[in-house]
Design a protein around this ligand. Structure first.
Ligand code: SF4
Length: 518
């Protein structure tokens, strides 16, 4: 599958051949002399230019027409603006997600990346809608625009963006106004200081702009166990009403957790935080028998969202322990799934994380050793530890089928295929998601730089400099919408061609527990 997502285009530019996305350097259009001077003082690159455009729509349209076929590669409009939100202060920066003059709206999908880069550099910066208005606005107009979700108002940006002609474009406005009076001068100075300090980051944004190919790894994102766990919480909320308590994160993803929190789920670390008689959901990672017993003692109404593939490992641990085996559990210390599995047969199970741990093993009977694995390990690393175990204990028993689950295996194979062709790999997922972290490591072992990101705003612009092919995947707990959000954000830096590399297709589905069946 191949699809091209063009850079945001402005009205009337479709029939003009545009220059290479980044050839020609950065052009900054700044309406007022003070604004242009502040930006000029902050710029570092010889290829960057600043042009003062003059105030208001008429001058802005004239400059946009003049610059339409100029040789610059990227465009940023920088200047001061009226802040429309009470929580904005003079000197704060607003990066336009879209700019509208009430007739034409120009979307700027890379705004989140630029705003996040400014925040990482210490600015108070937000991405949001900017209104271009014909004249200085009064308080009633401010209230109306704020009500429509605009963060700032200026008098030129919508028209100046007409110069972009399909090239990457952005708008950074520094909030200046605190009403008329002495505060107005102080606010203006704060805004000019911010514009000067932000200028090098505008150049960093320009350096990250390029036309790119995004190679999507397939499969990626939600697995059957995660879909089931999320659906269990959603149905529990629907059938039993909020609040529904969930022990630990239902799956290791901040977006999923905050979405469910907004709908009435309450995430707790331990059962003593759950009120008597309440409903509690056990997460997809599973729990130990001790936790089940504690919930029963408390009379809690339990709905178990443990992934069936994790339950299978628990059952194997119980079976091997019953048969008198020492169980070597290959996994990561402290992970919730590992704690749950260790709890099934604590006297018979030993955690081994590395081949060195294998050398230190002292089983009661070396002829009765079995191994199990955490479901979300790196396939190749787990094989190394299993190999060391087999060498030391040749009679060792193995699980009936692979413990590393199909979703983990498939996502690792898919990211490996994409990493071989990419300059950079982005993995959507949260830091505590084991299978997402493994995807980053797998790419890095293939020799391709890789980063774990919760969303588009975690992308650092320096990662993209010189990168023309971006590999993109998502861990089994990361929502598909995050992948779309990342592609959209990248398209704000230049046209993006999206191609999918599918190494296998998945059709696994798990049934729901009876408590939430309709
Ligand atoms: S990653 Fe594997 S074990 Fe974990 S929830 Fe998904 S299918 Fe189940």
């Amino acid at each position: 599958m191949t699809e091209t997502i063009p850079q945001a285009r402005t009205a009337g530019d479709a029939d003009i051949t545009k220059p290479g996305a980044t050839s020609g350097g950065l052009l900054v259009l700044a309406p007022l002399r003070f604004e242009a001077r502040a930006v000029r003082r902050g710029l570092r690159e010889a290829s960057s230019r600043v042009q003062r455009t003059g105030m208001g729509a008429t001058r802005a349209i004239k400059v946009a027409e003049e610059k339409y076929q100029d040789t610059f590669g990227t465009l940023i409009v920088m200047g001061t603006a009226a802040g429309l939100s009470d929580d904005l202060s003079p000197g704060d920066l607003v990066v336009g997600t879209e700019v509208s003059d009430g007739i034409t709206t120009v979307p700027l999908p890379g705004a989140d990346l630029l705003a996040a880069e400014l925040r990482r550099a210490g600015f108070s910066a937000r991405a949001g809608k900017i209104a271009t208005v014909p004249k200085m606005i009064k308080s009633s107009e401010r209230t109306r625009l704020a009500g429509e979700g605009y963060l700032a108002a200026d008098m030129e940006s919508a028209m100046l963006l007409g110069a972009a002609n399909g090239r990457p474009a952005a708008v950074i406005r520094a909030v200046s106004d605190a009403g008329f009076g002495p505060g107005m001068v102080r606010g203006g100075l704060a805004a000019l200081r911010s514009l000067r300090r932000a200028a090098p980051l505008a150049e960093r944004w320009a350096a990250a702009c390029a036309e790119r190919t995004v190679l999507l790894a397939g499969p990626r994102s939600f697995c059957a166990g995660v879909e089931r766990a999320i659906e269990i919480v959603e149905r529990a909320l629907e059938l039993r009403g909020a609040p529904v308590y969930v022990r630990k994160q239902i799956v290791h993803n901040t977006r999923v957790v905050s979405d469910l929190e907004q709908r009435g789920a309450v995430f707790v670390d331990e059962l003593d935080e759950v009120p008597d008689g309440a409903t509690v959901v056990f997460s997809a990672h599973g729990v130990s028998p001790a936790v089940r017993a504690a919930a029963a003692d408390r009379g809690l109404s339990v709905i178990d969202a443990t992934c069936p593939l994790v339950s299978k490992v628990h059952a194997e641990a119980r079976r091997f322990a019953r048969e008198g085996y020492t169980v070597a559990l290959i996994g990561h210390a402290g992970h919730e799934e590992v704690e749950g599995t260790l709890g099934e047969a604590p006297d018979s199970t030993v955690l081994v994380q590395t081949p060195a741990d294998v050398a230190a093993l002292t089983p009661a009977d070396p002829s009765k050793v079995a191994y199990l694995m955490q479901t979300t390990l790196a396939v190749d690393e787990a094989a190394d530890v299993a190999g060391a175990l087999r060498e030391r204990f040749p009679q060792m028993r193995a699980p009936g089928s692979d413990d590393i689950c199909y979703a983990t295996t498939n996502r690792q194979a898919a990211v490996h295929a994409v990493a071989a062709e990419a300059d950079l790999v982005l993995v959507a997922g949260s830091k505590n998601s084991s299978n997402s972290v493994r995807l980053v490591e797998r790419s890095q072992r293939a020799g391709t730089p890789a980063y774990l990101i919760d969303g588009a705003s975690d992308i650092e612009l320096s990662w993209l400099s010189g990168v023309s092919v971006v590999g993109l995947t998502a861990g089994a707990s990361a929502p598909p919408a995050v992948v779309s959000e990342i592609i959209t954000a990248l398209s704000g830096l230049g046209a993006v061609t999206v191609t999918e590399r599918v190494t296998t297709t998945e059709s696994v589905q798990f049934g729901l527990p009876r408590e939430v069946r309709r």
